[in-house]
Design a protein around this ligand. Structure first.
Ligand code: SIN
Length: 509
């Protein structure tokens, strides 16, 4: 049980150590607050940000053009106020944090080391993406974590999973965490959730295994509002081979001229959208899925690029899997990003007092029904800084509140139980709550996930382990996604509804 004789306290607790969590920690630490970053990651590469390839879009000198592209990619559903916040803070946040504080080695023009080599990706009207080769995430997150590790106001606690929020009368006072089987409440004046995405809910994802929706589930169970949960984005071009060794073929490849061919060798994207391979991500993902279904393999043809020179990291990924890029790289859609999440305002405040959320677990409104490429690190950076500063300015002191009456930590949860339930959950999400959904499929998913959740909850009443809480988070989040998808009959962006005439009538819960 928790050791109440020596409670851990912080002015600001940040849960999660991707770019958004790091930015929140930096924002609060710069304001002089004591910050604890609790992360279940054991290594930096356990955070989804590490895996980000494309880069960080900036507005350069055309803010209005950038805003237009975000809104167009979202099929006109992005919140214009949130888009203003993102774009108008982009250049300054990137300059201040990524360039001047962290010295991220963004690529520059071959013949001019003082000029950035801005990349282009799908649905961007111009070159505006700062990148480090096609592995930008690790080149941002690595220096960020090192910087925070050396910061006198920041304590990094790795391999420390938040299981539940500590609440009293609708106010959040920190989180109950687990490290090495021991339970440890961390009491905080303000709590910032930055727990990332939901890739573990799907069979094929570009996220690391730990993306189990923890923050979303904890916040929702504590009563926080969530929004846009139905908008699960699938990346069109993940490597189609073994799912145990996933990797992404960055949108930057299509930005630089790579094209998609079906199993007959035909280029098909021009039939689906006037922008062909540079169409919004949801459009390309559905077209790739349809062509795979119709003809077999879909290949990304990179023959017009100097692939090994311009994208050496991706070339290495291919070599490691014995994929000969010269004959085309087999690709398939994979779950990539949740556009919705915990509802927040322009400063990352949730509907619960003293609780903030940033990054992929949050819903700022910037992405609407479909996210524009290379805006997620940027959103995490901008909202992270704002939330960290706002949490610091609130000046709330940590309070010691009652810890939920949990069972002794029991890491001996039968591994087979968790593995079996996760497999079942993924099967249900893949079949019924994937790239395309139908009312009857969503209804079946809802019933199946409810059953699973019932079984998981029965375990939660008798024992406590990180794996079990991850499973609980995944089932709660899956149910939120499915419920939102059932309630939204407007087929748009990443929520693609296929309704056949023999569909029975839909009843949302
Ligand atoms: C990519 O490199 O294609 C991913 C970029 C993103 O998801 O924003």
């Amino acid at each position: 049980m928790a050791d109440e004789s020596d409670p851990t306290t912080a002015d600001v607790l940040v849960v999660g150590s991707g770019v958004a969590g790091c930015a929140a920690a930096l924002g609060a630490a710069r304001a002089g607050e004591d910050v604890v970053v609790a992360t279940k990651a054991e290594r930096p590469k356990d955070a989804t940000s590490w895996w980000a390839q494309g880069g960080v879009a900036v507005s350069r000198s055309n803010a209005e053009g950038f805003k237009r592209d975000i809104v167009a990619a979202s099929d006109d559903t992005a919140d214009p106020d949130a888009v203003d916040v993102l774009v108008e803070n982009a250049n300054e946040a990137v300059r201040d944090v990524l360039i001047e504080t962290l010295d991220v080695p963004f690529d520059t023009e071959a013949d001019d080391p003082d000029t950035f080599d801005y990349g282009r990706e799908a649905a961007h009207g111009e070159r505006r993406i700062l990148h480090v080769n096609a592995s930008t995430g690790r080149h941002v997150l690595g220096p960020f974590l090192s910087y925070l590790d050396d910061h006198p106001n920041v304590t990094l606690r790795e391999d420390t999973a938040a299981l539940d929020l500590l609440t009293r009368e609708g106010r959040v006072h920190g989180a109950l965490c687990e490290h090495d089987g021991d339970l440890d409440p961390i009491y905080a004046g303000s709590t910032v959730l930055a727990t990332g995405g939901i890739g573990a809910l799907y069979g094929r994802s570009t996220n690391p295994d730990g993306a189990t929706g923890d923050g979303i589930a904890m916040a929702a169970l504590a009563g926080a509002d969530v929004a846009d949960m139905e908008y699960v984005q699938f990346h069109p071009t993940a490597y189609a081979g073994e799912v145990a060794t996933p990797f992404l073929l960055s949108e930057a490849l299509r930005g630089e001229g790579a094209i998609l061919r079906n199993d007959d060798g035909d280029r098909f994207m021009p039939e689906h959208h006037p922008d062909a391979e540079l169409a919004p991500r949801d459009v390309v993902a559905r077209a790739v899925a349809a062509e795979r279904e119709r003809t077999g393999d879909v290949l990304l043809d990179v023959s017009s690029l100097d692939f090994t020179t311009e994208f050496p990291d991706l070339a290495t990924n291919c070599d490691e899997r014995d994929v000969d890029h010269r004959t085309g790289i087999p690709v398939a859609p994979a779950e990539h990003f949740l556009c919705g999440g915990i509802a927040v305002d322009s400063r990352g405040r949730t509907s619960l007092d003293r609780l903030f959320a940033v990054g992929e677990c949050s819903r700022t409104g910037v992405h609407g029904a479909n996210r524009l490429a290379s805006t997620s690190l940027l959103e995490g950076l901008v909202w992270g800084l704002r939330a960290g500063r706002t949490a610091a300015a609130s000046g709330a002191d940590p309070e010691i509140v009652d810890v939920p009456d949990l069972r002794d930590s029991d890491p001996a949860l039968p591994a087979a139980f968790a593995a079996e339930k996760f497999t079942r959950l993924r099967e249900v999400m893949d079949e019924f709550v994937g790239l395309s959904r139908s009312p009857s499929g969503l209804r079946r998913a809802s019933a199946a996930i409810r059953r699973l959740k019932g079984e998981v909850d029965a375990y939660v009443r008798t024992r406590t382990s990180r794996e079990l809480y991850e499973l609980r988070a995944a089932t709660v989040t899956a149910l939120l996604i499915t419920r939102a998808a059932r309630e939204n009959t407007d087929s748009r962006g990443c929520h693609h509804l296929v309704v056949t005439t023999d569909e029975p009538e839909v009843h949302a819960d």
